[in-house]
Design a protein around this ligand. Structure first.
Ligand SMILES: Cc1cc2nc3c(=O)[nH]c(=O)nc-3n(C[C@H](O)[C@H](O)[C@H](O)COP(=O)(O)O)c2cc1C
Length: 341
């Protein structure tokens, strides 16, 4: 399948793995790239630019295909040495950066001079247009369904994607709620040139996280995520657990006067506890509503191959048959349904 995104990044399939804290290590990024998608190392999970350089070298040893690095721009008060991280990316020969969080405007000259293609992940049409205006090559348009930070507009992808298609000149991928071939075909039909997946890639064999995390994703349904930190205008969609219940209780008590310090215990330092130790009740970690569509733990290649084969079948058989007036039976589920309690 050829799209503006496969052409832009020199990849086989229009599927990107979004940056994920404590998940986007070389193992997952290389597996996605080897399977024909675009794998992404999460820059800031590496505590220093030197460590990021090592992770890039490790990934390079595992794949000869293109891969990228995610740079999440945190609020200004954090003293992250972004120029040094960008230097490590450049010196590592990485040609794609996924930016997220705040606008990458300040760092665009450094990225462009290094010949790096920038795909900015954002949650609104206006931020997408801003990304286009400052010279980003593509955007990843992240709907309200997404795992992580959906922004504050609460616009689901059925509206956000066609709106982005109407306004943008640069190519974009649909992000948030993407899990299978149906997602990919829907994304393409709404005007996107591919899709970005986060949560779905956590439940794969190569994702270097504790097995408890993968089992929790298989078990959870679409009603098992919740939004936190709304009062702080730093909304995050996370998987419900005991730590998150405590956090929600604090949020209820504090109301509009909530401060980040009130919930520090439930949000700080949680990722290594969950992803490395498998402590599933430790607190808040990002997870999308798409968890309701995750019923198995395939290899990354099995997942991507399945998506591409099934997408072709949907387009050639299911969709074309509507035009030909042939009645189509209900499509079989991609994988066996989970039994609900
Ligand atoms: C466990 C996890 C950690 C994430 N960490 C980051 C991150 O550090 N930086 C970032 O830009 N996005 C992060 N994301 C968001 C993803 O890159 C992606 O945009 C999102 O998961 C898409 O929605 P989906 O989960 O419905 O596929 C994270 C998502 C998950 C599930």
């Amino acid at each position: 399948m050829k799209t503006a995104i496969t052409e832009l990044f020199g990849i086989q399939h229009p599927i990107i793995q979004g940056g994920m804290h404590y998940v986007g290590f070389a193992e997952l990024a290389s597996a996605v790239s080897n399977a024909g998608g675009l794998g992404i190392i999460t820059g800031l999970t590496q505590k220093t630019p030197e460590l990021l350089a090592k992770e890039i070298a490790r990934c390079r040893d595992m794949t000869d295909k293109p891969f990228g690095v995610n740079l999440t721009f945190l609020p200004a008060f954090t003293a992250t040495p972004y120029p040094e991280y960008i230097a490590a990316i450049k010196e590592g020969g990485v040609k794609v950066v996924e930016t997220a969080g705040r606008s990458p405007e300040q760092y665009m000259p450094a990225l462009k001079v290094a010949g790096i293609k920038v795909i900015h992940k954002c949650t609104s049409v206006r931020h997408s247009l801003k990304a286009e205006q400052i010279g980003c090559d593509a955007v990843s348009v992240d709907g309200f369904e997404c795992g992580g930070h959906p922004g504050e507009d609460d616009i689901p992808n059925m509206i956000l994607q066609p709106r982005a298609a109407d306004e943008l000149k640069i190519p974009f991928v649909t992000s948030g709620g993407m899990a299978d071939a149906r997602s990919l075909v829907a994304a393409l039909s709404m005007g996107a040139a591919g899709m970005n997946m986060g949560t779905r890639f956590v439940a794969t064999k190569e994702a270097p996280v504790h097995d408890n995390v993968k089992q929790a994703l298989v078990k959870a349904t679409e009603v098992d995520t919740v939004l936190i930190m709304r009062a702080l205008r730093n909304t995050e969609r996370v998987l419900k657990n005991k730590g998150v219940d405590e956090l929600l209780e604090i949020e209820r008590e504090k109301g509009a006067s909530l401060k980040i310090d009130d919930i520090r215990e439930q949000v700080a330092g949680v990722y290594p506890r969950v992803m490395v130790n498998g402590e599933m009740d430790a607190g808040a970690w990002s997870c999308g509503m798409v968890v309701g569509l995750i019923n198995d733990i395939p290899t990354v290649k099995e997942l991507i191959d399945r998506i591409m084969v099934e997408a072709e079948r949907i387009i050639r058989q299911r969709l074309l048959r509507f035009l030909d007036g042939i009645e189509v039976p209900k499509p079989a589920r991609a994988v066996a349904s989970r039994r609900l309690p």
